[in-house]
Design a protein around this ligand. Structure first.
Ligand code: GUN
Length: 287
């Protein structure tokens, strides 16, 4: 069997067309969705992500502000900026790009963002709301993954779902969303014994490990839906410099029933759902 490819670019385009209509309706009422993105330091990957987020806002005719600080900026400076953005009516969403430099208390920074503007869904209040099954903002990457299930008509009720990775950004919220959709969920991580035992039972397998081509065909149940959240740049070998996911795409596509490619799978959906959350925040602000 060769897996069906779940095309993130196509799905993102469909969703963004709908956002455009909603943003126009909002603009007619005098509100333009606004997102502020804060970047601290010069991490090249973070700089690319932030640039792409701001570019997506511009393309969607959202207002956006990019605030860049040197790596040695004092935490209080960033906290004061967040307080200012919390009070700014032109800004509906605030995102602080992670990871922050080591001298920052990331939790303190994330908790400073007004929950109503926390479009990443990382504030404890929003994490709690998701946990209670009453989400206000769903973290963008797992939110994007749920859109693949919806668009492809994949019913999760009663399915075995396995998530590899337990981060606050992807693994934990992903597991919660799968649970709420009716799946039986296992979260695997670096200390899991016999990872393949778990992954081979998965009807739905989400890989968020951060290791290139980590999930191989022998770890996948025939017909499974495989979602690859990884974005890794290969360091050596014949494909050095190329982007690849956490899943060995060429091998796994011969076993899986459906699979997201890298690039062009989950990546475009993450930014799309950031737009969705920003639009939602703007709509709520005038309700
Ligand atoms: N760093 C990696 N992914 C993310 C994300 O989704 N949001 C933020 N703020 N930082 C990240």
């Amino acid at each position: 069997m060769t897996a069906r490819i779940l095309d993130g670019n196509a799905l993102a385009q469909t969703l963004r067309a709908d956002f455009k209509t909603r943003a126009e309706a909002l603009a007619a009422r005098g509100t333009r969705p606004g997102l502020a993105v804060i970047l601290v330091g010069e991490d090249p990957a973070s700089a690319v992500y932030v640039r792409n987020k701001v570019a997506a806002c511009e393309k969607a005719s959202f207002h956006s502000e990019k605030i860049v600080y040197p790596a040695d900026v004092a935490q209080d400076v960033v906290l004061a900026k967040i307080a200012e953005l919390n009070a700014n009516p032109a800004i509906h969403g605030i995102l602080v790009q992670l990871p922050l430099p080591a001298h920052f208390d990331s939790d303190r920074v994330l908790e400073a963002i007004a929950p109503a503007k926390d479009v990443d869904g990382f504030h404890a209040e929003n994490v709690g709301a998701l946990m209670q099954g009453q989400p206000r903002f769903i973290p963008c990457t797992p939110y994007g993954v749920t859109k693949f299930f919806e668009a492809a008509g994949i019913d999760l009720k009663g399915k075995e779902a396995v998530v590899i990775g337990r981060s606050n950004i992807v693994g934990k919220p992903m597991a919660m969303l799968l649970l709420q959709a009716g799946a039986t969920v296992t979260i695997c991580h670096s200390q899991t014994r016999d990872l393949a035992f778990h992954t081979k039972r998965a009807d739905v397998l989400v890989a968020a490990v951060g290791r290139p081509r980590f999930v191989t065909a022998d770890m996948v149940k025939p017909g499974a839906v495989v979602i690859d959240v990884g974005i890794n740049r290969l360091q050596d070998g014949p494909d050095a410099g190329k982007l690849c996911g956490d899943v060995d795409f060429d091998g796994v596509r011969e076993v899986a029933g459906a699979i997201t490619p890298v690039p062009g799978g989950v990546g475009p959906m993450t930014i799309t759902m950031l737009l969705a959350n920003t639009l939602e925040a703007a709509e709520r602000s005038v309700r």
